[in-house]
Design a protein around this ligand. Structure first.
Ligand SMILES: [Zn+2]
Length: 568
């Protein structure tokens, strides 16, 4: 009797193998797999069927899923990670920045002119030439450029070029004419129209005077937006960024952005997964059609909202309890959306009741505290809901607020690169005590706060390896803190990778769908040139992405320097 059962089972299994042997579309073998799955942290091989991971294990475990149709990648012992998920980007502005004329490293006025001339030749009729980030201190003599330098080859093209610090820009005559700026135009409050000896504008506009021209620059056209997105998608793929969370800012219309992503999704060009957060002031637009957090498909989701509580440390508008150390009369400013506070509270209450996710930009300690107060009211009003409130940046923390962050289960959506950039000068503005709680990633983790990693691209570079390098070394860009700026806040490589994968996926309600190399999850993975767990952390910033896989499709292959669509 026993014999018969074994035989029957054998026949049954044999039939199954013969008739419908399961096979994989893609197999990656000989990899050093770091799964970010606590149950099985490491592996050697991965199998993918469709857009999902179906097996993770040894080469032999995965080999059984191979057929003659299976595509095989021999990873050659390289490190395979889940794809990077950037929790805070401005994707369209980022894409535009890639194609903007680059003037920052021009070493002379001649070179500056030449680069604008080259750009003018390829700029379509009616479009503006913008950005540039010029820096006249790199020229000899270091004199401000004037419109005369560029007018002769831009007779019909409006030009508006930013100085690198954002506090000045150069307009050509066409731009000044469109803006109605003449010798009769008075300097606006908070701004200066630079003039020559005869009183005529030279084209250089300082601070609030820039708005005179900014106000007449037309919003992006649909084609410009699509062009920027295609560039951004290609760039993200080359850096192993497989998901982004695109946050509203004043430079972009989020609903136009969503529409353009939708088009790219249909044409198979959307190679990065996107979660879009429009402005909180527009919360009703999503609420009225019943959208809730993380609504949509695996490639395109909405249901989040972005608000602003204050400005930035660099511009002296981050909002603090105490004055700036270098400016005793200034404690920063509560942002426009927070005045009056009751309006922001109403927006948050109603958005939360509608099931939308709230993400609020807050940088100074008092701005963060004020947002936590508002979030406390929201949680009290609708207890028991899973809402995953977020604070974007969370840069300068009051000591008392780490515990509140944890109690309210607020996600700290942080950008570690800023720590090594701002870290050069932040302490001069905040003093030592406040600086010790700046970009305090370790203290957040110690309090059990969820960290989500991102870059704020195009404010900082999109490259995740630079971000991981920053979190692990805290070595400021000026080389003055090789052992780390407030080194007690450094993270391990594993913690930084978690911030960029499971942490940012949690921040968008997607931790069950992606963020680890686990059977059943979306096949988003990245193959790196070096093992970031074993190399000198200083070298992490030089590590390259060899392959990027999104939904089982290779969207970046360094060998072929080519980007693919998800449709092929
Ligand atoms: Zn931002």
């Amino acid at each position: 009797m026993k014999f018969a059962i074994v035989l029957l089972s054998f026949v049954f299994v044999g039939n199954l193998l013969a008739q419908s042997k399961p096979t994989a579309d893609l197999i990656i073998t000989n990899a050093k797999v770091w799964t970010v799955d606590k149950a099985h942290p490491t592996a050697q091989a991965v199998a993918v069927l469709g857009d999902r991971i179906v097996a993770v294990g040894s080469n032999a475990d995965v080999e059984v899923l191979r057929s003659h149709d299976t595509k095989v990648i021999d990873a050659g012992g390289k490190l395979l990670l889940p794809g990077f998920n950037d929790a805070h980007v401005h994707f369209v502005s980022g894409g535009r920045s890639l194609d903007a004329v680059q003037l920052n490293d021009a070493t002379s006025l001649e070179e500056f002119k030449q680069r604008v001339l080259e750009r003018a030749k390829v700029t379509p009729q009616g479009e503006w030439i913008e950005s540039g980030d010029w820096d006249e201190t790199k020229w000899t003599p270091a004199t401000l450029p004037t419109k005369d330098a560029i007018d002769s080859f831009t007779p019909d093209t409006p030009v508006f070029l930013d100085r690198y610090d954002g506090h000045m820009a150069l307009a050509n005559s066409v731009a000044l004419r469109l803006a109605g700026v003449t010798d009769k135009t008075p300097d606006p409050p908070g701004g200066v129209i630079v003039r020559d000896a005869q009183g005529n504008p030279t084209g250089a506009l300082k601070d609030a005077a820039k708005d005179l021209v900014l106000n007449v620059i037309p919003p992006l056209s649909h084609d410009q937006r699509l062009r920027a997105m295609r560039r951004a998608l290609e760039y993200a793929a080359s850096l192993g960024v497989t998901s982004v969370q695109s946050m509203n800012d004043e430079r972009e219309n989020s609903f136009a952005e969503i529409r353009a992503y939708g088009e790219l999704l249909q044409s198979g060009e959307l190679t990065t997964r996107v979660y879009v957060a429009p402005a909180i002031s527009d919360w009703q637009d999503q609420a009225k059609i019943g959208i809730r957090h993380a609504f949509g498909s695996s490639f395109l989701r909405i249901g989040a909202l972005k608000g602003f509580a204050d400005g930035s440390l660099g511009s002296g508008t981050a909002y603090f309890f105490d004055p700036y150390s270098n400016d005793p009369n200034n404690s920063g400013l509560l942002g426009k959306q927070m005045q009056p506070l009751s309006r922001m509270r109403d927006w948050m209450m109603q958005a939360d009741a509608a099931g939308l996710q709230i993400c609020t930009h807050a940088i100074g300690d008092r701005a963060i505290s004020t947002v936590l107060d508002l979030y406390t009211d929201v949680v009290k009003a609708h207890p028991g809901m899973e809402r995953r409130l977020r604070i974007e940046h969370a840069q300068h923390m009051a000591a008392k607020d780490f515990a509140r962050f944890a109690q309210l289960d607020v996600i700290a959506s942080v950008q570690p690169y800023q720590a090594i950039d701002d870290g050069r000068w932040a302490e001069a503005r905040t003093g030592h005590d406040r600086a010790s709680r700046t970009y305090a990633f370790r203290t957040f983790l110690d309090h059990g706060v969820h960290l989500a990693f991102g870059t704020d691209w195009d404010v900082a570079p999109l490259n995740p390896l630079l971000t991981i390098y920053a979190a692990v070394t805290r070595a400021t860009l000026d080389g003055k803190n090789p052992n780390g700026w407030f080194p007690e806040q450094k993270l391990t490589v594993a913690e930084a990778v978690e911030g960029y994968t499971s942490g940012s996926a949690y921040a968008e309600f997607q931790e069950k769908e992606k963020a680890s190399i686990t059977p059943g999850k979306l096949a988003d993975m990245v193959l790196l040139s070096d093992d970031i767990f074993s190399i000198d952390p200083v070298k992490i910033r030089d590590v390259k992405v060899l392959k990027t896989i999104v939904g089982g499709k290779i969207v970046w292959d360094q060998d072929r320097k080519k980007q693919y669509s998800t449709a092929n």
